[in-house]
Design a binder for this molecule. Structure first.
Ligand code: NAI
Length: 463
């Protein structure tokens, strides 16, 4: 009998498995493909490896000239770049497998199917409920579903030569032309990669702007930058037929089918598993974390959700003060003085998002538009990135923007364009998460010279 069976070994599943095993739970992880999931094997990491190659190639093709570096006849060996990407992925997968092994996690490489609930003897230590679960013949007291998501393929793509993130990242040659349906994160990152690599790229987007919920001005600037580089954008264009090879990046849907979850009655709504702030489903001792609950569909959200789920599983029935599951926001006390089970809670209010184009775009919290739509008396401060000395030292054209959104002197949103804002946004995440007001932010000491100093500049110059 396992304490915990986890279905799916992506960011939510593998992180949860390691944490659970290190917390003393006898843990089994089912993964039918590769540990690391979509993010590590065919998403976040491989795309970043290839985008790095693309950036170097851009520099070699003339991008480095303003910095005094000229290259003669640079060549992109795309097959070699893909080989390196595969090597990076392999190393990281091996690293995760090693950590799981070290923690004592048992990994089963099968498609997991929950067969039925099985009785578990009352009073078994650590058991909060008299039910257990049977998955491919293995029994457990708790289940954590981390089955992730899969690309949405619209019906008009049936029979057409389409690619998803999986196939496009496995190409070993650069296509002459590339049509992309969807100007969201995947569409833009792949447009960036293949534009640098030499493809003639067209992005079709059915709304009036690229980059989904990103700040409208930042989206517009990003689009202009890529138009200058030769990418064509067809906005307000809903694609309804496909002819040639096309990347389809129109969103992802939770992967809830094929694991027998209906046999134990796990509640889904609009195709996602419904979870509460403790990552619990409607079935006692069944939790879900990551894309499958449809809350945010980002790997970094999945990591935190996994922690919340495991902390609650470990804390369930336990009254150890300060034990797993205890956090500042999650500890509850009762009037009777008896310490109740510790509960960790998921907080979705400060989740950053990044588009790894060149330049990068990063955002967190409200835009001025979304804040005003919610009735906040919000205001915005904005500053060109050139106010950062480090940014100017490394970005010849000096293009980039930092926008901060305020409500009652508290920072409620930040929106940036320019590299490497993917690193700068972490500081803003900490500021938002800790609900800092302007006076406190002003006292933060930033290392000089760093691009993150733009936050300090934007606070001082914009207020
Ligand atoms: P997305 O939701 O970001 O963008 C899809 C876009 O397709 C939307 O702008 C939508 O208006 C458009 N669209 C839908 N149907 C269309 C049609 N028929 N014709 C034209 N346009 C159409 O989805 P995407 O890019 O597929 O990414 C999926 C998920 O992967 C995201 O939710 C994200 O969480 C994750 N992801 C995150 C990354 C990051 O954080 N850097 C990178 C890659 C993926």
């Amino acid at each position: 009998m396992f304490d915990l069976i986890i279905i799916g070994g992506g960011p939510a599943g593998y992180h949860a498995a390691e944490l659970a095993a290190n917390s003393g739970l006898k843990t089994l992880l089912f993964e039918k493909r590769a540990v690391g999931g979509v993010c590590l094997n065919e998403g976040c990491i491989p795309s970043k490896a290839l985008l790095h190659t693309a950036k170097l190639y851009d520099y070699a093709k003339g991008g480095a000239e303003p910095y005094g570096v000229t290259c003669q006849n640079p060549v992109l060996d795309y097959a070699a770049a893909v080989k390196r990407k595969d090597k990076v992925v392999k190393k990281l997968v091996a690293g995760i497998e090693m950590s799981l092994k070290k923690a004592g996690v048992e990994i089963v490489r099968e498609n997991a199917v929950v067969e039925a609930t099985v009785p578990v003897a009352r009073g078994t230590p650590g058991t909060a409920s008299p039910t257990g679960f049977s998955v491919n013949g293995r029994q457990a007291k708790h289940l954590l579903i981390c089955t992730g998501s899969e690309p949405i393929i619209p019906p008009f793509c049936a029979g057409a030569q389409i690619m998803t993130n999986r196939e496009i990242l496995a190409l070993t040659e650069v296509p002459e032309t590339l049509d992309i349906i969807g100007g969201g994160v995947i569409g833009l990152e792949m447009a960036s990669l293949f534009n640098s690599a030499g493809s003639k790229v067209t992005v079709y987007e059915m709304t009036d702007k690229i980059a989904g919920p990103f700040d409208r001005e930042i989206s517009g600037l990003l689009q202009k930058t890529y138009e200058k580089k030769g990418v064509t954008f067809k906005l307000n264009t809903r694609v309804e037929t496909v002819t040639g090879p096309t990347l389809v990046s129109v969103g992802r849907r939770a992967a809830t089918a094929g694991n027998g979850l209906e046999t134990i009655g796990v509640h889904t709504e609009n195709g996602v598993i419904v979870t509460d702030e403790h990552m619990k489903t409607n079935i006692p001792n069944v939790y879900a974390a990551g894309d499958v609950n449809g809350k945010s569909m980002l790997a970094h959200t999945a990591y935190r959700e996994a922690e919340v789920a495991v902390n609650n599983i470990v804390g369930a029935g336990s009254s150890r003060p300060g034990g797993a599951g205890n956090n500042a926001g999650g500890t509850v006390s009762n009037a009777g003085g008896k310490t109740p089970p510790l509960r960790d809670r998921m907080d979705y209010s400060a989740i950053p998002s990044v588009i790894y184009t060149n330049p990068e775009a990063a955002a967190i919290g409200e835009t001025l538009e979304s804040a005003q739509a919610k009735g906040f008396d919000a205001r915005e401060t904005r500053l060109p990135m050139m106010y950062s000395g480090r940014f100017m030292a490394e970005n010849e054209r000096g293009e980039g923007l930092c926008k901060l959104v305020w409500h009652d002197n508290r920072l409620i949103g930040a929106h940036l364009l320019g590299s490497p804002v993917s690193e700068v946004i972490s500081t803003l995440s900490a500021i938002l998460y800790n609900e800092m007001d302007i006076e406190r932010i002003k006292k933060i000491i930033f290392p000089h010279p760093t691009v993150a100093e733009i936050i300090k500049e934007a606070v001082f110059h914009g207020t």
